[in-house]
Write a protein that binds this ligand. Structure first.
Ligand code: NAP
Length: 284
């Protein structure tokens, strides 16, 4: 009897990964395009990363997403890193082909596509305040500079981290005014057209608002990368001021769309993925 071909294998590498919405999104997409593929959770402890990489051929892994804490740590294990990911300094998607591992960053692309296509917000010539300078913030900052914002203000509790990001960005984007806010006053929240929260502040129910809510106003777009909960204290405060608001679900969708296309070479079924995510988010 002829042996059936085993399904293609994709997944998400991280630690922990149990809360991820990526499996529901990608599984729905595979079914929609008729691809025999599975999407697994690769919960890999920090000591086990080298052995995970060495098992990729034996386990027939065709590609994987990367999340906390490996977006930077994965880079030395890759054969190739796409130019965008290399400039951002973080990889969230790895495609495996003929045993070679290529890293991409689709967080930047995901953020930009959501802001442009779904929110119809023109970033060119805007003043943007970015709170946070971690992995996600690096991708968002890169996207904002690519979109030619006029001024980007970056504040992080870890001043050295923010300084490194500002320095990297200035080297790559000499035409954008990029400044570091060394304290909350220097963030000048009221001057910003758009405020982006790229810190985890807001994920826990008793987290405070990441900025002083009194400084928000109705002419701003307030974008929180957090999608669990769907409405953070920051978004509640912004909504109360009449500002436009977005949580991080749209960015998650479009980074997944781009990952799917790198993994499979097939155009992603965006609406199917959007519905799967919305459904998954209701059960978080
Ligand atoms: P990360 O690497 O831990 O970076 C977060 C940064 O925020 C750290 O540098 C942290 O400083 C800083 N920070 C914490 N509290 C702060 C405060 N009150 N003011 C200013 N800075 C503060 O995390 P990440 O991977 O970048 O992720 C950040 C958030 O984005 C998470 O909530 C994650 O779920 C979300 N995210 C969403 C998407 C999406 O598709 N929607 C994608 C990626 C990430 P310390 O290190 O000093 O604490």
């Amino acid at each position: 009897m002829a042996q059936g071909r085993s399904p293609l294998t994709y997944g998400i590498l991280g630690y922990p990964v149990s809360h991820s919405l990526s499996p529901v999104m990608h599984t729905a997409a595979f079914a929609a395009v008729g691809l025999d593929a599975q999407y697994r959770l690769f919960a890999v402890g920090p000591e086990e990363l080298p052995s995970f990489i060495s098992r990729i051929p034996d386990e027939h892994i065709n590609g994987f997403n990367v999340t906390i804490p490996y977006k930077e740590r994965i880079i030395p294990f890759l054969n190739e890193v796409a130019p965008d990911a290399s400039r951002i300094g973080a990889v969230n998607t790895v495609a495996v082909s003929s045993g070679r591992l290529t890293g991409y960053n689709t967080d930047a692309e995901g953020f930009l596509r959501h802001v442009k296509e779904d929110l119809s917000f023109d970033l060119a010539s805007r003043i943007v305040l970015l709170i946070g300078a971690g992995g996600a913030a690096r991708a968002v900052a890169y996207a904002l500079c690519m979109a030619q914002v006029k001024k980007l203000v970056i504040g992080d509790l870890d001043c050295a981290k923010a300084a490194r990001l500002v320095k990297d960005l200035k080297r790559n984007f000499p035409r954008v005014e990029i400044v570091q806010a060394l304290n909350p006053e220097e963030m000048r929240v009221e001057q910003a057209d758009m405020i982006v929260n790229a810190t985890p502040v807001g994920m826990k129910p008793d987290d405070p608002c990441v900025i002083d809510p009194a400084t928000l106003h109705q002419f701003q777009l307030v974008y929180d990368l957090i999608y669990n909960p769907l409405e953070t204290t920051l978004l509640t405060a912004a909504r109360a001021k009449g500002a436009r608001c977005s949580n991080g679900l749209g960015m998650l969708l479009y980074q997944g769309v781009a990952s799917f296309e790198y993994f499979t070479g097939i155009k992603a079924p965006v609406e199917v993925m959007r519905e799967a995510l919305a459904e998954g988010a209701n059960h978080l």
